[in-house]
Ligand binder design. Sequence first.
Ligand SMILES: Cc1ncc(COP(=O)(O)O)c(C=O)c1O
Length: 382
Amino acid sequence: MSNKHFIPLSVPNIAGNEWKYVKDCLDTGWISSVGSYVTQFEQMVADFVGAKYGVAAVNGTAALHIALLLSGVKQDDYVILPNLTFVASANSIKYLGAEPLLIDADPDLWQMDLDLLEEFLENETDEKNGELIYIKDGRRIGAIMPVHILGNMCDMDRFLSIVKKYPLPIVEDATESLGTKYKGINAGKFSPLACLSFNGNKIISTGGGGCIVTDDEALAKHAKHLTTTAKARNDEYYHDEVGYNYRLVNVLAAIGVGQMELLPSFIKRKKEYVAFYKKELTGVADIRFQKELPEVDTNGWLFTIQTDKQQQLLDHLNANNILSRRFWMPMNMLPMYKDCVYVQKRDNSKYIYNTCLSIPCSTNITGEELSIVVREIKEAIG
Ligand SMILES: Cc1ncc(COP(=O)(O)O)c(C=O)c1O
């Protein structure tokens, strides 16, 4: 029996006070770029992550752009990041005229491969006048961007111990990992500036939105300044540097406040269905799961399985109204990034791309829908 009822991949779950707070914005006229919900949302996000400050932004990409800029990334620098990520990570580097330097993925964790990173830094870089240089062409490496892929994390202790030997600022792309912890420490706490996203498919959503989190007051103030057109006076249009209109408007922040109130229940729900999927799909055909380190407590953001029968499964699920998606195409396979330096031995990124698919995992997915997804996976390849 084929499934007639459409099951989305990962959609917003508006289940709390969002309507009430949005109505408040509409009733009072505070719908635009300033307002109490913006401040409240920033504080709620910062408090949740355990950071001192939050600076809301129009989306996660804009947050990354500003975080890289404030970390000192300049035109013609390289920025190291995983080859397997969503395109926005690499684009934010390009916006500064810098160049992505791609590291292949670990075959089990699907995060940046730390062996490759370590080898690359040891053998292919040099330090000159306190700066890290890529030996082959003498260009500076301005920063490194770990991305917590699918809300999971790599061995962060090892990552930090590798990176701290070099003058290399870290900018965490924590856009997918709100609520993920490594040894009890939240994603977003592993670099001076880290970025979150609240787009439609994230664990909480403001429709579109992002946030920079930091413990540094000066960086927080500067981030706020740059995301709000760098206006330096209240009484006049005096702007003291090239700023950006990257504000999250009050009406979206109001949704965000409602969503933050629900976040603990969303994380709980994600954990329940991850456990359900793992129990039901273990031993079905050649299905494998993303490895999780014992130190990592993931937010279970986007449930993704691996099988050599990827295309067969994708075709079957989508034909049965169950939205499932292939993994992101690796950066080195995109036209803009195909000539980037790509550090790899076995091109695991390509294999992961060719074998992984994400399956429905909205926080409001029902038990019945979960059972239908499992049934259809078994039907397709079981
Ligand atoms: C890894 C990664 N980086 C950056 C972004 C960009 O976030 P946004 O869509 O809010 O701009 C996303 C989400 O889309 C993402 O998954």
